[in-house]
Design a protein around this ligand. Structure first.
Ligand code: FBP
Length: 242
């Protein structure tokens, strides 16, 4: 592994897997172009999360920035809480991955299958010494994915399954999030960014996330859906590495 996703124990990554997960509705004429987002990552010296297809075609021109290859994914068209594996650990290593990303949906009727698929990926990642980042997103008809206890449970599940970092949604309350961090123990907690919000509000959220004891954030739309992305990243970094 050449590049570290962590600096001084803290992490900031740009997520750009939305073309698969959400489709073109998240994009405009600028950010629909992967080079636009990779340029933001390069200029701000921030790592990036990509699916295999984007990594293959675009990442070779940006090899200095840390890369997380997402190994599974799904669309929002199928209405199913199952995310199939679409890239192997070997392939991620070929692409230059510094860590791998994998989504699990605890509570979904496909939970067992996803856990079992994740376990193979997690064990293979250990062979390469690659950190594993788990997107742990509780899903299911009777599940409130914003419930702080459910989010803490989601984080704990990822620890139990062998993940190194868990990416969860911020429950909107820093004391509740501190319990999520406790439940993660040696596994580091990263908050997702969520849909775009006012810059000041986003910085406030970042402060709460870090005050709760989390190790950083993985941010997508709140970075590349705004014109002054670099300005926001600078402020976010100042909070993370304060
Ligand atoms: P954002 O920062 O834009 O919220 O991205 C985080 C992320 O986890 C992406 O990696 C992923 O594409 C998306 O959210 C999936 O979110 P959901 O399953 O809620 O649609």
């Amino acid at each position: 592994m050449n590049k570290k996703i962590e600096r001084e124990g803290k992490v900031l990554l740009i997520a750009y897997d939305h073309g698969l997960e959400h489709g073109p509705s998240d994009f405009n004429l600028d950010n629909v172009n992967p080079d636009h987002v990779l340029n933001i990552a390069e200029e701000s010296e921030t790592g990036i999360v990509l699916q295999k297809g984007i990594a293959e075609k675009y990442y070779p021109s940006y090899k200095d920035i840390p890369l997380v290859v997402k190994l599974n994914g799904k669309t929002c068209l199928g209405n199913t809480n199952y995310s199939p594996q679409v890239c192997s650990v070997d392939k991620a290593v070929d692409l230059g991955a510094d860590a791998i990303g994998y989504t699990i949906y605890p509570g979904s009727k496909h939970e067992g299958k996803m856990f079992s698929e994740f376990s193979k990926v997690q064990e293979k990642a250990r062979d390469y010494d690659l950190p594993v980042i788990t997107w742990s997103y509780p899903r299911g008809p009777s599940i409130n994915e914003h419930d702080p206890d459910i989010i803490s449970y989601a984080a704990r599940i990822a620890l139990e399954l062998g993940s190194d970092y868990v990416k969860v949604k911020y429950p909107g309350d820093k004391n509740a999030f501190a319990w999520t961090v406790e439940n993660s123990d040696k596994q580091k907690v990263l908050s997702s960014g969520g849909s775009k919000m006012e810059p000041d509000k986003f910085i406030e959220k970042t402060k709460e996330v870090m005050d709760a004891g989390a190790s950083g954030l993985v941010i997508g739309r709140n970075i590349w859906q705004r014109e002054k992305s670099l300005e926001l990243i600078k402020k976010v970094k100042n909070v993370i590495w304060s």
